[in-house]
Structure formats: C-alpha cells, structure tokens
Design a protein around this ligand. Structure first.
Ligand SMILES: Cc1ncc(COP(=O)(O)O)c(C=O)c1O
Length: 349
C-alpha cells in the first residue's frame, strides 16, 4: 500500500533536477571559503531575502542558534513567543551553549506577539540585578499558531520597538517563502525590518539538507566563526548547496500549490462530522484540527489506525493534530486521506 506522509514538509525528497545538480556540482573546501556552489547559494539566498550576505548552515536550528549567539553575549536575554520554535523545539541550545536566557511572552492566536507584552518584557539596563535585554525573535510563518503568515506591517512595528530600545531583531523564517507567497510580497520585503533572518531549504523547497542565515557583512563574519565553533563548518558542501540553489530557483513559486492543497484538505476535513479545524488553519501549508471527544480513540490509536490506512500525520498537542502539504503529496493523497478519516472515525465512534 502506498503511504502518504503529511507529518511535515521536512519529509520532502530532492527533485530529479536537484539530484542532477548535486551530481554535477562544482565543489571546493567551504571552510577555506573555496566552494563555488556554496558561495553562489549564499549570494542568491542573501539577495532573495534582501540582505548583504548569507551563511549556509546545516539546519534551521543551527541558523537560529548561530544568529542568537552572534547577537547576544552570555547573561543577555532574547525575547520570544511561548509558541516559538526557538523556545519549544530547539533543545534550549541558546541557553545551553550560549548562556543566553529565554524571556518568553505569549503569542496571540494570529501568531504575533503583542507590543505591550514586548514592552513588559524589557529589563531595566541601569539595574545590575537584572539581565540585559538584547534581542527579539519573531517567526514567519508562525508554525505552532497554525502556519500563520505574519504581516509586513506587524514586523515593521516590532522593528520600531526594537530600534527604540536598542534591541536586535531576528526572524526565524524557516518558512519565509510560504509567508511571501501567501501574502503576495517578496521575501526581501518581509525580511526588510529584521537584522537577521534564517530560512530552510529542506522544507517546502525540497532540498535534502540546509538553511541559510542572512544579515549584514559584519554579522555574517561573526556567524561564520560561530558556525565553525559549533562544528558546522562543512567541506565540499557544494554537493548539498547545489540542491538548495535549485530550490530557490524552481520551488518557491510552486509553494502556492501546497497552500491550495491544504485548503482542499481542510475543506474535506470540515465536512467530516467528528473533525474540527483549529488555529484558523489553513493559512499556508498547515492544517490543524481536533477530533471530537465522542471518538473513543487515544491519540496513539488514532495515529496508528491512520497509518494502517497509509496516511501519516502528527499530533500537535492534547487532542490536536497537524497535517502539512508539500511537493510529495497531491490531490490523490488528500482524497485517500479523507477516505481514511471517514473509515477510521466511523469504525470507532
Ligand atoms: C519554525 C521553525 N523554525 C526552525 C525549524 C528548525 O529547522 P530544522 O529542522 O532544519 O532544524 C523548524 C523545523 O521544523 C521550524 O518549523
């Protein structure tokens, strides 16, 4: 039986064109700054997000970690949302490895953080009992709030706040291109208010590995040293960077198809009595939903029953599930999964 994997867009496999580009990539030692394909990827990435320079890193997690360590010294504080990936899903790397404290403030249902909450999180720099506020981190799209694209106006309002208080602003743009496509704006515009931005090549853009961290020249010089410190200096990395270049050239516009597919999936789910869409999804490529309490299946049993029907999905909190559309699923996969839902839910009600 064919299996359809809706757990995440990280499950995408490289396209045929990517595999060809990887096989033919011109390479050198990137730690010596001599890999032409990595250099090309970094330039292209920086240009697309409107920054001076880029740094190819192993993952979104490493991109965020390097960015925070470049902006903050030990004992300083980064302000971020309680639903932020940096807070929830990155093993507290910024604290463990960088001595940077996480100051969390609530994300609103629309993925933003209220300016009043940011204001309330500020420390008094004249009081030596307090840590030093140094950085604000935003996420776009905001994954755990529903894959929400965050507007340029909002990001600009946080920029104004950060400037007023002498803070840096970092954007976890793992899915920045999904936000750009959903909002109909260039990624460079969406990232224009922030000092640094990282985005992933390995999610909807389908490359097998990697993210790019972008910012000004000085920041990226510092970040390059930190990447080395963390063991992230890669040698003939052009082999993987080549797939990233194809991702940027060929896979950005088509993210709109993933969003349309998520809308189709959500329409189908909304017609199933025991399924309740949640988090105002879908807004990009993620569909969140709850299963009615009348269904007497544990999370584990439900996921297992769906797996037996050839559909993989993830739980995303108590009684809540997430499905993500991407290049490796299509309308047929959506239709098969909707039938699986009907079958599993009717069987066990
Ligand atoms: C919003 C967000 N930021 C960062 C990451 C981390 O990316 P990676 O898995 O490449 O470390 C993810 C991964 O899913 C993510 O969803």
């Amino acid at each position: 039986m064919k299996t359809y994997d809706f757990r995440s867009d990280t499950t995408t496999r490289p396209t045929e064109r990517m595999r060809q580009a990887m096989a033919n990539a011109e390479v050198g030692d990137d730690v010596y700054g001599e890999d032409p394909t990595v250099i090309l990827l970094e330039r292209k990435a920086a240009e697309m997000v409107g920054k001076d320079a880029g740094l190819f890193v192993t993952s979104g997690t490493m991109g965020n970690l390097v960015a925070v360590l470049a902006h903050c010294a030990r004992g300083e504080e980064a302000i971020m949302g309680t639903q932020g990936h940096t807070f929830l899903h990155e093993a507290s790397g910024i604290s463990v490895l960088g001595g940077v404290a996480m100051h969390t403030v609530p994300n609103q249902p629309d993925g933003t953080i209220a300016l009043a909450d940011l204001e309330g999180a500020l420390r008094n720099p004249r009081d030596y009992h307090q840590p030093i506020s140094r950085l604000v981190i935003l996420e776009n799209t905001q994954n755990d709030c529903g894959g929400v694209p965050i507007s340029l106006e909002y990001t600009k309002s946080v920029e104004a706040f950060a400037r007023q208080h002498g803070l840096f602003l970092h954007l976890d743009g793992a899915r920045l291109f999904n936000a750009a496509v959903a909002l109909g704006l260039p990624a460079s515009e969406l990232a224009s208010p922030v000092d640094s931005v990282t985005f992933c090549l390995s999610k909807g853009l389908c490359a097998p590995v990697g993210s790019v961290l972008c910012g000004n020249q000085d920041f990226i010089r510092k970040a390059r040293r930190l990447r080395k410190l963390l063991g992230g200096g890669m040698r003939q990395a052009g082999v993987i960077a080549a797939a990233g270049i194809v991702g940027l050239e060929e896979m950005v516009e088509r993210l709109a198809e993933d969003h349309q597919l998520a809308a189709r999936l959500a329409r189908g789910l909304s017609e199933i009595e025991q399924v309740h869409l949640s988090k105002n999804s879908p807004q990009t490529n993620m569909v969140f939903f709850k299963i009615d309490s009348s269904v007497k299946l544990s999370t584990k049993e439900f996921l297992q029953a769906m797996r037996q029907e050839g559909v993989l999905l993830m739980d995303s909190g108590p009684g809540e599930y997430r499905m993500v559309t991407h290049h490796d699923v299509d309308e047929q996969a959506v239709d098969v999964s909707l039938s699986a839902f009907r079958k599993v839910l009717s069987r066990k009600c």
